[in-house]
Write a protein that binds this ligand. Structure first.
Ligand code: AMP
Length: 307
């Protein structure tokens, strides 16, 4: 475990999931929830989010038990954010059936003074104006990583453009890269997105892995081939959480974040996400320990072994 903290902001949610094998309602989810469970495998997490008065205590207690600081979670009167999605049989493509912002509609993040000096910030998927709001309240971090999705790319393009100027690493999927840039070719789309601000762009391609584009060039992290994927929800957020978790450890050990750090961190993100999808909701990602990630890292390394 490292002592270098990470500030994570994002959604905390009830998810209604239609998976090929089962339908599950009221599953605890949200971008911040998945990322916080994932990153807390490696280091201290400081969480900023809002929940409604209907959100149970148990997941918050489970987070605290993993070293997540929940002081920045606001409990507001009203209903918690809710998202509903249906997955295709391939478990890659999904359709959003509903996004109910609820308490997020009037949320304005307040960063506790004890969070202000946090070297790594992960802006999980929420309204880009809220992501910007958080950045304005912290001292300049060493690394700002942000995630977003089609809902905000289409609905809040201006706020997103502003945000991109303040981000070091942007994590999006291939469809989102195409939407932001209007370019189909993924390499050209990444170059276009990079011109809008981020020093590095990571493009996730579902089970096919993720590509990093930065000043050193390109890097590829494969998706780990699992025998059974149960629920891909939160894979992207767990990838981001695992990635920043490893960056925190490297920053503590070497006092710097370089292109090599990001490349290694992508594989740690992959390893972390591969656990998330093995169970419904946060069930698996909420219980992984560093030894689990090491085991999967060895399996990932063996994918590249040339006898
Ligand atoms: P992922 O599968 O990594 O893309 O993340 C899925 C999580 O994102 C779910 O638990 C949802 O609650 C959350 N989510 C879905 N849409 C939004 C949105 N528009 N804003 C914030 N969080 C969202």
């Amino acid at each position: 475990m490292s002592d270098t903290p990470i500030l994570i902001v994002g959604s905390m949610a009830f998810d209604d999931l239609e998976l090929p094998s089962i339908t599950a309602r009221d599953v605890i989810g949200g971008s911040a929830t998945y990322s916080a469970f994932a990153a807390s495998t490696f280091t201290e997490v400081r969480l900023v989010a809002v929940v409604g008065d209907d959100f149970p205590e148990a997941p918050l207690a489970a987070m605290r038990a993993r070293g997540v600081n929940t002081e920045g979670i606001e409990r507001a009167p009203g209903k918690t954010f809710r998202w509903a999605g249906r997955y295709d049989r391939d478990l890659i493509h999904r359709t959003t059936l509903a996004t109910d912002l609820n308490v997020f509609a009037s949320f304005s993040p307040k960063i506790p003074p004890s969070y202000r000096e946090t070297p790594i910030v992960l802006l999980g998927n929420i309204h880009p104006a809220l992501q910007l709001d958080v950045l304005e309240q912290v001292d300049r971090p060493e690394l700002v990583v942000a995630d977003t999705m089609n809902f905000w790319i289409q609905g809040e393009p201006k706020a997103l453009e502003k945000l991109l100027k303040k981000v070091d690493v942007l994590i999006i999927n291939d469809e989102e890269a195409r939407e932001i840039s209007g370019i189909h070719n993924i390499r050209k789309a990444a170059a276009d997105v990079k011109k809008r601000g981020p020093k590095a762009v990571i493009i996730k391609r579902g089970e096919h892995g993720a590509l990093l584009f930065d000043e050193m060039g390109m890097f590829f992290a494969p998706g780990f081939p699992l025998e059974e994927v149960v629920d891909p929800t939160g894979a992207g957020d767990s990838f981001a959480g695992g990635l920043v978790g490893h960056v925190a450890k490297e920053l503590e050990a070497t006092d710097r974040i370089g292109p090599a750090t990001l490349r290694h961190a992508m594989l740690f993100g992959t390893a972390t996400a591969s656990y998330c999808v093995e169970a419904v909701g946060t069930e698996r990602v909420a219980s992984i320990v560093e030894r689990d990630v090491e085991t999967r890292m060895n399996e990932i390394r063996s994918l590249f072994h040339l006898p």
